[in-house]
Design a binder for this molecule. Structure first.
Ligand code: AMP
Length: 307
């Protein structure tokens, strides 16, 4: 079943200890869509400028990502320049130019309004609300947010949360939103704000999932080299949501497997700069890493039990 994603598309300049990439295709909607497309059809709602390159439209189209909702406006495409610290969980934004993204007014196509699955990537809660009001009766709504919106548009965010089934945010953002340092208490407090499921992304420490009935934790897949963590959260969300849409409904077991697939997709994207690793990723590689992931955490693995 098809997923509609609303978010940013832009050109990223990224510096890490492994090098630098200039003006690479990025943005939350790009990472999300490319990851989710391995599991389910995806339809984008986003804005780019006249400088957006045809090769990148082709990149999406070649992956059968629906770009009818990608509007090209007079002006320049969104740009972001970030530099990571040696501790890759830390980064500084050196430059941010919203350009055409500053006046982004998402308008869904009639068939997008009827979609069953919606992912509201990191845009203002007011815009997220605007998109939600265009949807007919989505089965699953997931949303992402960031510290900037928690600080500047808290009221709008709190108003939106009861309409969201799944909220994804990182550990610092969870603490900020809940005004609680302890992550378990923060996760539980955010559940009370409305979502049925809260996913707290903890970078190299993995993901914590909170729901009314349970708590579930998965580690990040241990890698020898993380080259560029940009987009890991959106790629996680793409794998997670893609798996849910493929199954068509939410159960505890679907949610847990979705968290593992999301983590698997996140573990690939960080291996190279920008979308490079996702661009030539195969389903066989995803499947193999999924198995490796399960083996990594399975203390009752048959290989050991039989000994
Ligand atoms: P992540 O690493 O998951 O936070 O996602 C990074 C992506 O988000 C990059 O590709 C950026 O282009 C994009 N990005 C950075 N800042 C913003 C912003 N303020 N609004 C929307 N997208 C952003």
């Amino acid at each position: 079943m098809s997923i509609v994603v609303v978010g940013s598309i832009g050109y990223d300049t990224v510096e890490t200890q492994f090098g630098r990439v200039d003006e690479a295709l990025g943005g939350s909607a790009s990472f999300f869509s490319v990851a989710a497309r391995f599991f389910s059809p995806v339809s984008m709602v986003a804005v780019v400028g006249k400088d957006f390159r045809d090769e990148h439209l082709k990149f999406f189209a070649e992956r059968a990502i629906d770009i009818r909702g990608l509007v090209q406006r007079e002006g320049e495409t969104f740009r972001w320049h970030g530099r990571y610290h040696e501790d890759m969980n830390q980064r500084d934004t050196l430059h941010l130019a919203l350009n055409v993204f500053a006046d982004f007014m998402p308008e869904l196509l009639p068939d997008q309004c009827r979609a069953d699955f919606l992912f509201l990537a990191n845009i203002s809660p007011q815009l997220q609300q605007r998109v939600l009001s265009q949807m007919k009766s989505p089965k699953v709504v997931a949303a992402d947010t960031m510290d900037h919106w928690i600080n500047t548009e808290r009221t709008a965010l709190l108003k939106m949360l009861p309409r969201v089934d799944i909220l994804t945010l990182n550990d610092q953002e969870a603490r900020l939103l809940a005004q609680e340092h302890n992550l378990v208490r923060a996760g539980r407090a955010i559940l009370k704000m409305g979502p049925d499921t809260v996913l707290v992304k903890r970078g190299e420490y993995g993901v914590l999932q909170f729901s009314q009935e349970s708590m579930f934790a998965v580690p990040a897949y241990p890698l020898e080299e993380v080259v560029d963590p940009t987009g890991a959260g959106d790629t996680f969300a793409g794998g997670f949501m893609g798996y849910i849409a493929r199954h068509g409904k939410i159960t505890e077991s679907v949610l847990r497997t979705a968290v593992v697939y999301g983590s698997v997709m996140g573990s690939f994207v960080v291996e190279r700069f920008s979308l490079d690793r996702l661009a030539d990723l195969s389903w066989e590689e995803i499947d193999a890493r999924y198995r490796a992931f399960i083996e990594l955490t399975d203390s009752h693995h048959s290989r050991w039990i039989s000994q």
